[in-house]
Ligand binder design. Structure first.
Ligand code: GLY
Length: 358
């Protein structure tokens, strides 16, 4: 375990996010006192889950590998119930622990199983995607989807640590890696403009999993998220800024029946939020234009169907930031200056949509 970056996350139950390579060796120390450790994973990550199990066995722990369906198919109450049954059969106690190896859906499920078992046991996400590293695995949001919507059942349950092992990105499909960078760019706009400078200076390096630039981008984005969730775990204020671009993004994802990658939808959503800020007189023209430019450098989409606004508007209205008939958007008052814009003027929302209409 050479060259590990440790990013602390503050709060009632502080923990560290570790970024580096070969991080599995850190697991036994983080799970000190546990005897049994469930390892939730989906089939594509079986080799990594086996390596985690071997490391735990070598440290004298008893791993319990549990294969779950990949992606959103695994993030259900039924799959969680199957996991609870297996923990029960293996006699999991309060000092035992759960590890989730995989993308955001698998780590959200693992966190939820840990949050609910005996009202909360330790857990550690080992995210396998850029999106998982910079977003899903950091901040203690855990949960499953139900018929009424995504993430409607869950708990805030901070992990005991997060292991962002860059080795896992070597096998990540290029389109998934690129999509994760939309959340990284978002962090650049809301808090850390050095992220934008790095992307603009060398966009190819930004998407190269073997290079130092992607690692720096991931670390900077985690720092942004760690600072925000360290101050506001339960989303009672500041944490809302992480939702920059997400009001339109969630509406696009729902309209597309979740066949779009989250990051691709976020890319379109931040271009829309920038334009909304500009039209509302909050954001200058150059910074607004920089959004589409940076995302295009990364090969991310910046537009959506021109005729879709009427379909998207009612979906945007059920955003969790909305209050009665007023939509609330995160906008920028300048680079790294996020704020809230309350809008009940549909004409303004529609005018801003022209910036992303294809
Ligand atoms: N993905 C937004 C948050 O964790 O608050």
């Amino acid at each position: 375990m050479n060259d590990v970056t440790r990013i602390p996350v503050a709060g009632d139950r502080p923990y560290d996010v570790l970024v580096g390579r070969g991080l599995i060796d850190a697991l036994p120390t983080l799970l000190d006192g546990a005897v049994r450790v469930a390892i939730l994973f989906a089939a594509p990550l079986k080799d990594r889950a086996d390596a985690v199990a071997d490391a735990l066995t070598a440290a004298g722990l008893r791993p319990l590998p549990i294969e779950v369906p990949d992606a959103e198919a695994g993030k259900t109450v039924e799959v969680a119930a199957r996991c609870w049954d297996q923990l029960g059969a293996a006699g999991f106690t309060r000092t035992d622990a759960v590890v989730g190896v995989g993308g955001g859906a698998v780590t959200d499920l693992a966190g939820f199983v840990a949050a609910s078992w005996l009202r909360g046991v330790r857990w550690i996400p080992v995210p396998s995607s850029v999106l998982g590293m910079v977003d899903a695995a950091v901040g203690g949001k855990t949960g499953v989807n139900i018929g009424a919507g995504k993430n409607l059942v869950g708990a805030f349950h901070p992990p005991a640590g997060v292991l962002c092992d860059l080795d896992l990105l070597d096998s990540l499909p290029a389109d998934d890696l690129r999509a994760g960078l939309a959340e990284v760019a978002k962090c650049g706009f809301i808090a850390d403009p050095a992220i934008l400078d790095l992307i603009e200076a060398d966009p190819a390096a930004a998407t190269d999993p073997s290079g130092a630039v992607l690692r720096e981008l991931i670390e900077r984005a985690i720092l942004v998220k760690a600072k925000v969730v360290g101050e506001d775990l339960r989303e009672s204020g500041l944490r809302e800024i992480l939702n920059y671009g997400h009001t339109l993004a969630h509406a696009i994802e729902k309209t597309e029946n979740y066949t779009w990658r989250h990051g691709d939808a976020v890319a379109v959503g931040v271009v829309y939020a920038a334009e909304l800020g500009r039209l509302a007189g909050r954001l200058d023209d150059d910074t607004a234009a920089r959004h589409a430019a940076v995302l295009t450098l990364l090969g991310l989409p910046t537009s959506y169907r021109a005729d879709a606004f009427a379909e998207l508007l009612p979906v945007m209205r059920i955003d969790k930031k909305a209050r009665a008939d007023t939509l609330r958007f995160v906008v920028l008052d300048g680079l790294a200056k996020p704020g809230i814009l309350a809008v009940d003027d549909v004409a303004l929302l529609e005018r801003a949509y022209q910036a992303v209409a294809q």
